[in-house]
Ligand binder design. Structure first.
Ligand code: NDP
Ligand code: 8X3
Length: 256
């Protein structure tokens, strides 16, 4: 199988979409580097993948994407046999808060911009040079419908995902001559820990987001990524916007 022994790095693999992507791509036969801040969850996922996949190697890397020196130190410690990363999935991200701009919390804004935009850049900066050396690689940025549209109270989260959309296009242009593919996946509602994080642990508010409709699940996005990375060498999927059937746009959903 062509995918055998290629190395994938997934950021934000401790939960939701990133976790599902790590499992899906391990099942596809890739070697996987899983990353996130929660070391206990990384360890559990490592065991889970090892117990089901006989062909995939797995390595955990523990860092906060917002902290440049942590990111650099993690990559400098990467064992040589793991240094040739073929696929980077920039997935770590979050929405913090759901407030109109006039009452939004500065710390929430900084957390979203530092994670969704600067964190994506820090990790990409570590991975791109080796891809350029090998003239081979694929970067997949997990953006959002919030990177295409703005909705009320989405302000800074939407701005951060619009930045991801712009960076995806910019990376694709700049890396073109190096044979590196750049794609994005832009989902609508996916039921993960995303809303619990956005509403700071308020489970009722988080559950209300999905009331009366069937949202996407993390595995829907993982299968999409698996399809994107399995296209032939001459084919690049620029972007996939993927929504629940019950959602027509960022702000229009049909609830029973
Ligand atoms: P989850 O909250 O379930 O997972 C978020 C992941 O990001 C966790 O693994 C978390 O790991 C990681 N993460 C967050 N902050 C940091 C940080 N500072 N450093 C390192 N890792 C971090 O949410 P989702 O799986 O839903 O979100 C994944 C991506 O998908 C995000 O970029 C999100 O914006 C995007 N998305 C989500 C949608 C949804 O409806 N759920 C729709 C569209 C896009 P840890 O806390 O261990 O560090
Ligand atoms: C997450 C989807 O609609 O909450 O990116 O912005 S949404």
């Amino acid at each position: 199988m062509e995918s055998q022994n290629k190395i994938v790095l997934v950021t934000g693999a401790t939960s939701g979409i990133g976790r599902a992507i790590a499992i899906e791509l391990a099942n596809d036969g890739y070697d996987i580097i899983i990353t996130g801040r929660r070391a206990d969850r990384l360890m559990k996922l490592e065991h889970e993948i090892k117990s089901v996949s006989k062909t995939s190697r797995i390595l955990s890397m523990h860092f906060d994407v917002r902290n440049l020196s942590e990111v650099e130190s993690a990559f400098h410690k990467l064992p040589n046999e793991w240094s040739k990363i073929s696929i980077l999935v920039n997935n770590a991200g979050l929405a913090a808060g759901f407030d109109p701009i006039q009452t939004g919390d500065l710390l929430d804004w900084e957390q979203m911009i530092d994670t969704n935009v600067k964190g994506l850049l820090y990790v990409s900066k570590m991975v791109i040079p080796e891809m350029i050396n090998r003239k081979e690689g694929h970067i997949i940025n997990i953006s959002s419908i919030a990177g295409k549209e703005v909705y009320p109270k989405g302000n800074v989260y939407c701005a951060s995902k619009h930045a991801v959309d712009a960076l995806t296009k910019g990376m694709r242009m700049d890396l073109l001559e190096h044979g590196i593919k750049v794609s994005s996946v832009s989902p609508g509602m996916v039921e993960t820990e995303f809303s619990i994080v956005r509403f700071k642990g308020d489970k009722e508010k988080a559950e209300n987001v999905y009331t009366g409709l069937t949202p996407l699940n993390a595995s829907d996005i993982a299968q999409t990524v698996s399809w994107i990375v399995s296209r032939p060498k001459h084919v690049n999927i620029n972007d996939i916007v993927i929504m629940p059937t019950a959602q027509a746009s960022a702000a229009v959903s049909y609830r029973k």
